[in-house]
Ligand binder design. Structure first.
Ligand code: AMP
Length: 220
């Protein structure tokens, strides 16, 4: 199954994606993580992406599309894939459709998570993510038990520089202008679109996502 997780920064796409990937063995394609990795590795792409990311702007499409294509091509055809943070605009959505068509695949479903800006800003300011496994915690509502380390793999937790409040507000504007219109785009296509309340607790949202996708519940 190929699923796009759509929604503003802080709505819980990462948290929900990690839970789904662990439960069902799906692969995650998370362009924000791919770009952060490229920065950490100090590659050409990483250097190019840096100033856009720090300003809360979208990195140029061709850079991101290339990363996604590279990630998708080696995956076995029967492996489920979750897209998180991609596509972010109409050009990226078209590019994704083309890449998938070449591979004989297609997007099956889109899950849209929503929440009020106030909740999103609070969540992001408290967000800490694991540098190793990608697990996401929140110092206010869902702290890791060990404080600065990941409960799952014991690696250090990281507070992203673009998670500062004014950058977050700008990222929300960018989301509304460029990414939100994709909801209508997918609604008008043959893809099933599910709109869910992302302001609920992590487990409630996870149940709702699984129900929407028709994948049932898994032990967790
Ligand atoms: P995220 O972790 O998804 O919030 O992404 C963090 C930052 O990485 C964004 O604010 C953008 O600067 C950049 N980024 C991530 N995904 C994309 C994308 N699909 N297109 C353009 N820029 C992206």
């Amino acid at each position: 199954m190929y699923v796009i997780l759509l929604g503003p920064p802080g709505v819980g796409k990462g948290t929900q994606g990690v839970l789904l990937a662990e439960a069902f063995g799906w692969e995650r394609v998370v362009t924000g993580d791919l770009l952060r990795q490229a920065r950490a590795d100090e590659t050409e792409i990483g250097r190019e992406a840096q100033r856009y990311m720090d300003a809360g702007e979208l990195v140029p499409d061709q850079v991101v599309v290339e990363l996604v294509a590279e990630k998708l091509k080696p995956l076995p055809a029967d492996c489920g894939v979750l897209f998180d943070g991609y596509p972010r605009n109409a050009a990226q959505a078209s590019a994704l459709a083309e890449i998938l068509e070449e591979l004989g695949r297609a997007i099956d479903q889109v899950v849209v998570l929503t929440a009020d800006d106030q909740i999103l800003v609070e969540r992001i300011a408290g967000r800490r993510s694991c540098v190793s496994c990608g697990a996401v915690f929140n110092v206010f509502v869902d702290p890791s038990e060990s404080g600065e380390l990941c409960d799952r793999c014991n690696s250090p937790l990281h507070h992203r520089p673009d998670d500062q409040e004014d950058t977050v507000r700008h990222r929300l504007d960018v989301y509304r202008e460029q990414t939100q219109p994709l909801i209508a785009f997918y609604e008008q296509s043959s893809v099933e679109v599910h709109s869910l309340d992302g302001s609920l607790g992590v487990d409630q949202v996870q149940d709702a996502v699984r129900n929407a996708l028709g994948v049932g519940s898994a032990a967790r």
